[in-house]
Each structure stands twice: as C-alpha cells, then as structure tokens.
Ligand binder design. Structure first.
Ligand code: CU
Length: 956
C-alpha cells in the first residue's frame, strides 16, 4: 500500500474541503473564522465511527396519540376573487422566536416569516395574483468583475501573504510558521480578502445587469416552475413568469438615487423597487391551433408545480433558504381520481374522504443551507457551523402520518433541493429507520417484554429489501403519457414491476472478510461496467429518482394486513450524481484508512416521515390502484408525444429560413465546467504570460518558476449554444449567461424542435504522487490531469492507487421554463465511454439531469408565448455562476436559428445511431470546453483563459 508523506497533509485539506460536500457547505463547516482563529485539530484517523441515537431520542410512532404530519397553509385564488396573495420577503432577525421550524436559523430568508411558502391550489383556467414585497436591507453592491481568481485556490505564497495582511489590518499577529492560515479563513470575508489581491471590485449600485457570480442576495423576483404561462410582462403591465425582473431592496434604490453617474438615478425596464405585482393567467393552451380548428379552449393541464425566486446571482441563496412553495393546478385528472376514490370530484384534499380514507399529502423535501458564497451576503449569512439539514415541509424532526389498513393516499412529492447533493431516490420502506450521526439505522423491537428498542446500522441492501409497492401518476406535474395502438393516453405505473427482480450493483454488501471501502469502490466501478449494469443502477423497482426540482405524484396503499406496522417514507441520496464518492473511496483505499471514508461525507439520506398503520380496515376493502388508469381523461394535444412530423419544416418556413423543406428542426447544446477545487494544473504558455502581464494574479501566476492557470472565482460553468458538431467539429468556447448572447436558442412560435444536450463535465485522472511524477508548478490539489476513459483510469488505479480521479465530473440538472420536454433518451456512458439509454419509457419533464459525459434527447413544443425566458442548471450555485442561457420564441421564421436535419433521433435507436445524427464530443474536446468560457457581459465579463489549451498526454 503506497503512502506518501506529503499526502496526509494534502488529504487533510481535501477532506476538509469535502466534508459536507458540494464544497460550499464544506467551506463553511468547521467554525473557523478570523475572529476565532482556531487551529485545525490534528486528525490522523478521521472522525470516529457513527454512533446510534439513544432509543429514547427516536420517535415511537406506535405510541403517538395523533398524527403530527403538517403542511403549509393553502391559498385558492377562487376563494379571494380579484385579490392577491401577498408574499413578504423577510430576513429572520429573531430565530429563537421564529414561529416556523423551517426558518430557525438567523441567516435564512422566508416569505412572511415561515417556511415553506403557502401552497397555491388553482384550476387550470384561473388567474393567480401575487404581490411580492422585498423587505430586505440594501446589498453591499460590490462584485468582483472580469478576471478574478478563486480566493481559496491562489498559489500558496499569494494566499498566505494576503491572509497575513488581512490579519494585520484587523490588528492580529500573523505567524506563518506557527499557525499557518488556511484558505477557509476567506469564507465570509471576501471583501476584506479581495482588497489584498489584484481584483477589480465593481460597484453595482447603478448597474442593472446581473453578474455571473453569487451576488445581490437581497434582490429578488418570482418564478413559477413547471407552469406554461406568459414569460414576460402582461399587457396590463403586471409581471408574469419574468426571470429577468429584479425587485431591488428599497435601500439599493435610495443608494442609486444618491449616487452620481450616467446610469444612476433611474431604473432599467426590468427593475422594480421593493414591490412587484404578478398575474399568472392560466389556460387557453395552443390557442393558435384552436382558432384554426374551432376546438374549445384547453385549460392548463393539472399538475404539481412550485414557485421560488429566480434573480440571477441570488437564486441559490434564496431558494436554499426555504423560499419555495407548491403551486398545484387542479383539473380533469384530479376530478376523475377523486370521483373514483371518494364519490365526489372536489373533496377537501387534506381530509380523509370516502371508503378508502383517500386524501392527498404534500411532501416538500429541501436541503436548507445557511452558508453562502455571496459577496453581498455579509458575515451574518455565513453561519456554516451547522451541517445543511433537510427539511420536510419546513420541519426537521420526522413526523408521522396515520393510515388505516387498506387506505389509499396520493402524495405530491417535490424535491426542492438545489445543491449538488440534492439528487434523491424516493421510496417507502417497511419498518422504522432513523438517520443519525452520518448513518441510517433500523429500529428493532427490544428483546423481551418491556425491553428498550434496539438500533442496528442499515446497509444499502437492507434499504433495497425493505422497499414496498408504490404507484406513480406523474413526473414534474405531468400525468404519465404512453402510446397505445398509435394513440396517446394517460397512464399510471406500478413501480413494483419496473426492472423487477434486478439488483442494484451499488447495493452489494461486502463479502465476508472484504474491506468495506474496497467493496464500495468495486460496486461503483461495477455500476459503469456496461448497459445492463447501468440499467440496474438507474431503473429501480419501487423507487422514483428525483433530481433537483423534480416532482412526482405517487400513490401508496397501506396493505390490508398491515395493522400495527410502521413504514418509513424515505429519500435516499443518489450518490452517483458526481464522481465525489469514487474519488473518496480511491483515497480511502490508497491510504488504507478503511471504514472512515465510505461515510465521509455521510450520504444525505432523508426520513420524509413515518406511517403508522392503525385501526380497523377501511370499509372499501382492497382497492386496485391500477384500475384508476381507465378513469383518466384524454391527453390534451399540447401533451401528446412530439412526432417526427411535428418537427418537419414546411415549404414557406423553409424558404424564409433558407433550409431544406421537409427537414427537421433540431438543436444541440452542451453544459460544461468545473468547480475551483476540481481544477487541473495547467501550464500557461510563455507567449500568453508575457503578452498579458496585467493578468498575473488574476488568470495566471507563478509557482516555483512555472506559470500556472488560476481557477476562476466564477468557476467555468457555462452553456454552449453552438455545439452542433456536425456543423462545426471544433466549436467555440461555451458562454456564461448574458441578456445579449447572440447565440441563444430562438425557436419559431407554434413549432416543435428536437434538442440534444451534452454534458462535458467529466472526470480527469492524475498521478497524485508528485515525488514520483514531477509536475512543474504543482500546488494545493491541482495536478496535471488527463482526459482518459473510466476503464483506463480504473485499471491504472488498480495497479497503482496513487493514480486517481482528481477532477470530478458532475451531472447537471437541465431546466427550461415555460414549455416542458418530451424526453426520449437519457444516455449514460459506461466505463468505455459507450452511451446507454437508461430511460425505460419517454416522459414529460421540465428538469432532467444530463449525465456527465452523457446525453439527453428531448422534443418540445413552443406554444402560445413569444418572448424570452431561460434554460439553466438547477444546481443553483452553477446557475448563479452563469450556467444559464436565454431562450426565445420568435414570431418570424427568419429570426429562428434551429439546425435543419434530414433525420432525428428516436427511443428505439441505438446510441451509435443517435451519435451518427448528433456527433458526440471526444474526451479532448470536453477537456477544452470545461476549461474555457466567454462572459460577454459588457461591464463585468471576461474571456477565460484566453489561449489555446493543450491536451495533456499520459505517458505509458
Ligand atoms: Cu450544474
């Protein structure tokens, strides 16, 4: 087992950076601040193994007198004709006196003082009025602009010098020998720190453009996620689903009026002061085709959607604060199910009704983050001592719901998490489970009468074995659609039959005598072996995969013989959304520190609640849930699968655009980029450095005489709208968000397009032993890293464990506003880079994770709304960093910019056939895409890195 002396020190730093994971949270965790400059505790061994809770700390559903399940209160526009729901965005000044458990931390924001926000329930032809008021104080109104290095990833002497100067400024001593500072001290002190490195801080007081960096956390707006509605401003001047809107805090406007400068003293058209009025007018979907065919108006299809703020730069901070609420549209699907279950079309959905105790429940699963990377947030926001907990409907301690045997309930589940570890697999487990001290435990009865309950660690296999039958009615609020006899129909899925009898390669328990860390690492590797193993990983019976922002409506029936039983509603972290786990396991194997790393960081598993089955069976008997399928209404035209014919370009449009008539409208995008700790070591060409001395300390710097590339503060997250490799095999760099990006997608109104999404954010591999493998300029955890396939990397690691993943790839949850996506393929690369479709049946989604190194294919109708909206990553920190792109629907064919194609993809094709139509990027191209971007924002932008990147070649 090779161990390197310097590796331990680096490992400590890496662990610190990764504890609590997505980096952001981790940087805040640990309680180190400038004020209390505590030395890092020496950690030779890592944290002790998890301990179970004391049995009396574990809720006992069997002894609860009444259920304590709770949901946010409901606003129905129909009950308040002409009136607006008022949302007051407030900070929480007095957490101990806060009325809502969902808003218990000082730094969090909320609507009206409680979290989550009120639930809206409305019909698909009604209007929702909202008055949004911003009560937050002024932003500090300074953002780093142009080339800015990541403060945590400066070269060591620059980092230490800047930190020392920062200490001296506040009157403290700085002893580099005795008490070396760490980059973590920068956290929450960006402004102080930025004064000591060459960074341009731009005053944003009079600036109406948003920057591609977390900022402006007191500026807000409102987005109706999943709703087909006007994307801009209504004819009467009220706001609709306008994500370009910026509702400034009053203090910012006062500052702008006081300031002097060309754009001071006035507001841009998309700016409002402290208040905005919204009107979301639902209904009359595809009205253009209705005029042609004299069909009756189509209401907005019913479904489970949600609303949350979407001001660029502040989305992560605000949504992760718990600013989110359900937006439920009720309609024909609900009427039909309600009638079957209760005998009436519109029962109170919160009350058990009819012969099966039928009711709905709302489950909002949301990680709540108290730390912030926002330079505008101020130190008050940076209380990172608490691990990010996950709230269910704003409540942290698991609550319990009661069902009688045979009772049937419909649950509207919303994964409102917005960070890199928000991906969840939703399921119901038989028995009681608790999550405590980084570990899932199974609660067992005491041995003998009156003995206390026992707790045993639960493995992934225990979880898989305990799953129970669930039915799925919808994804992302849209009732499942299938095609039967050439006709679209709504359907329900019995999830027990989905890939039934298969085993998840990740769940394999260690063989007797097998080291747990090695076992888990080989499980991860086994997942990527081939198409079959990938299918067994992704397609799990009785589990629903929810990436950030996904919704699922599921139906659960308490079995008739279940009286006295307890079930656990469970959301298990989907741990393979990035390469973090594999990297940690590799470090564990390489250093021989078994037993420590598999739980570091702990999976973010969530107990959604407990079900106690109690009382007499329901009078209705054993209900056949699948029988509801035949009660469902017809699929409206807007939600029928998009056929090849819908993509075809008619003659007049072809003439206007100068494309072949009969070709298909298509478009290819790529999401790319890395986080700062993931940045590989790149040597900067001398010609570039000598031509750009002004970029020293900003884009490049020197380590031991070698010029190295500095990771940018904005990260390299970006979107490429020019990634059609059939048209240009060497595409330009990806773009960060800008209102004025000329390359953004422009679709012709009342047409459909096929979109192909690639994700270039893939893992890179490195020699981590810098003694054996000299890497000039090596510093911190930045190694010369190679774009090689998983199989090659794993084979090298098996021979020599110092060769590891050093740059982790990440799946990006693509989300697009206004119109949903008929997703036909989700393709994941196996260890040889071959793509495999893991989507067992096409479905409507508005948020779909693009697997790293993989591909998503969907089709979308652009109906009803001409104007501009966005697509973006729903890891909202990525979005704030610029992983967002304008999308427009245009009225004239010559303004559209789709690519014409003779052929398009289909679910039945092999991945190779799809690649023949839409060429896939090589590892080398992905390397270059991930490492570069253009931010064309006139006041704040940059080109990064500004020179041609060489692809590092691995010597054999
Ligand atoms: Cu992302």
């Amino acid at each position: 087992m090779p161990t390197q002396p310097d590796r331990t020190r680096l490992l400590r730093r890496r662990e610190l950076l990764q504890l609590g994971a997505a980096g952001v949270a981790a940087l805040g965790a640990g309680g180190v601040s400038i004020a209390g400059r505590a030395a890092q505790p020496g950690s030779g061994q890592g944290p002790p193994p998890p301990k179970p809770p004391m049995p009396d700390q574990v809720v006992s559903p069997a002894t609860l007198p009444v259920e304590d399940w709770s949901e946010p209160w409901v606003w129905r526009p129909s009950e308040w004709p002409g009136q607006a729901l008022t949302l007051h965005l407030v900070g929480n000044a007095h957490p101990p006196r806060a009325t809502s458990p969902g808003n218990r931390f000082t730094p969090l924001y909320s609507y009206n003082g409680s979290s989550p926000a009120p639930t809206v329930r409305m019909r698909g032809d009604e209007t929702l009025r909202i008055t949004l008021r911003n009560f937050l104080g002024p932003n500090t109104s300074q953002v780093p602009a142009g080339p800015t290095p990541d403060p945590f990833e400066l070269v060591p002497d620059k980092l230490n010098a800047a930190l020392c100067q920062m200490f001296k400024d506040e009157g403290s001593a700085c002893d580099l020998e005795k008490n070396p500072p760490t980059g973590r001290l920068v956290f929450g002190h960006f402004h102080e720190f930025f004064r000591h490195i060459p960074v341009d801080l731009v005053d944003t007081t009079c600036l109406s453009d948003a920057a591609n960096v977390p900022h402006g956390s007191h500026t807000t707006n409102l987005h109706t996620h999943g709703v087909h509605v006007e994307p801009g401003v209504n004819p009467n001047g009220t706001q609709a689903d306008n994500t370009y809107l910026r509702v400034l805090p009053r203090g910012d406007w006062e500052a702008r009026q006081r300031a002097e400068g060309p754009s001071c003293g006035s507001l841009a058209p998309h700016e409002r002061v402290a208040e905005a009025n919204f009107e979301h007018v639902l209904g009359d979907v595809q009205r253009a085709s209705r005029t042609d065919t004299a069909r009756p108006p189509q209401p907005h299809a019913p479904g489970t959607h949600w609303y949350h703020p979407h001001a660029h730069g502040a989305t992560h901070d605000q949504v992760a604060s718990g600013l989110a609420g359900f937006l439920i549209i009720e309609g024909d699907v609900d009427d039909a199910i309600n009638l079957a279950m209760t005998g009436t079309e519109r029962p109170d959905p919160t009350v058990k009704t009819g012969p099966y105790d039928y009711r709905e429940r709302l489950m909002l699963i949301q990680r709540v983050e108290v730390s912030s990377l926002d330079v505008d947030a101020g130190p008050r926001r940076n209380q990172g001592r608490l691990a990010p907990p996950t709230a269910i409907n704003g409540t942290f301690a698991p609550t319990c719901l009661f069902m009688r045997p045979g009772a049937v309930e419909r649950w509207r589940v919303l994964n409102g998490s917005v960070d890199g570890r928000g991906f969840k697999s939703f399921m119901v487990l038989e028995g009681q489970f608790v999550f405590h001290d980084r570990q899932l435990w199974k609660v067992l009865p005491g041995e003998g009468e009156g003995a206390p309950r026992r707790l045993e660690p639960a493995s992934r296999q225990d979880v898989a074995d305990a799953t129970r039958q669930l039915y799925q009615l919808s994804y992302d609020g849209i009732t499942l659609v299938t095609t039967e006899n050439g006709r679209a129909r709504y359907t329900i899925r019995d999830l027990a039959s989905k890939n039934a009898g298969s085993r998840n390669p990740l769940d394999r328990p260690p063989a007797p005598g097998e080291d747990a860390t090695r076992a888990m690492l080989s499980n991860v590797e086994a997942c990527y072996r081939d198409g079959g193993s990938l299918r067994d990983l992704y397609v799990r019976p009785n589990q629903v995969l929810l990436t950030n922002a996904n919704r699922a409506d599921v139906v659960f029936k308490a079995p008739l013989d279940a009286s006295g039983r307890v079930y656990t509603v469970f959301a298990q972290e989907w741990v393979l959304q990035s390469d973090n786990l594999q990297q940690r396991l590799q470090i564990g194997v390489a250093t021989g520190r078994s037993g420590f790393l598999p739980a570091n960081p702990a999976p973010v598993d969530v107990i959604v609640g407990y079900i106690r089955v109690t009382g007499d069976p329901v009078p209705g008997g054993d209900f056949d849930v699948m029988s509801l399928r035949d009660r469902l209404p017809d699929v409206p035209p807007y939600l029928r699968p998009v056929e090849d014919n819908d993509l075809r370009v008619p003659a007049a449009e072809a003439a206007a655009r100068g494309v072949p008539a009969g070709s298909h409208r298509s478009r290819v995008l790529s999401y790319s980029g890395y986080g700062p700790t993931d940045f590989p070591l790149v040597e900067v060409p001398e010609a570039f450095a000598s031509a750009h001395p002004e970029l020293k300390g900003r884009i490049w710097d020197e380590v031991g005489g070698t010029r190295v590339l500095l990771p940018p503060f904005t990260r390299t997250m970006a979107i490429n709208g020019r990634f059609d490799l059939a048209a240009d095999p060497e595409p330009p760099p990806a773009q960060k968000f800008g209102h004025h990006d000329p390359h953004h997608p422009r679709a012709l109104i009342e047409t459909a397009e096929e979109w192909v999404l690639y994700n270039c954010s893939v893992a890179l591999w490195s020699h981590t032993n810098k003694e054996q493998h000299k890497q000039p300029g090596q510093y911190a955890l930045h190694y010369r890293a190679y774009p090689i396939g998983r199989a090659d990397g794993q084979a090298r690691f098996a021979k020599d464990p110092e060769f590891q993943i050093t740059t982790k790839g990440a799946d990006h949850p693509f989300h697009i506003h206004v119109n949903p996506c008929w997703v036909t393929r989700i393709e994941v690369p196996d260890e040889h880079g071959r793509l495999h479709n893991v989507l067992d049946e096409p479905r409507w989604l508005d948020t779909v994770a693009i697997p790293r190194g993989g591909r998503v294919v969907f089709r979308s109708r652009f109906a009803d709304y001409v104007g501009a909206w966005v697509n973006h990553c729903h890891i909202l920190m990525h979005e704030d960093h610029g992983m967002m792109q304008a999308v427009a629907a245009v009225a004239r064919a010559d303004e559209a910019n789709y690519s014409p194609r003779a052929r398009v993809a289909s679910p039945a094709m092999s991945a190779d056939e799809v690649t023949a139509i839409y060429p896939a990027p090589s590892l080398e191209l992905m390397y270059r895409q991930n490492m570069s971007f253009v931010d064309a924002n006139p006041a704040l932008g940059q080109v990064y890195p500004g020179f041609d990147l060489e692809i590092p070649k691995l010597d054999d």
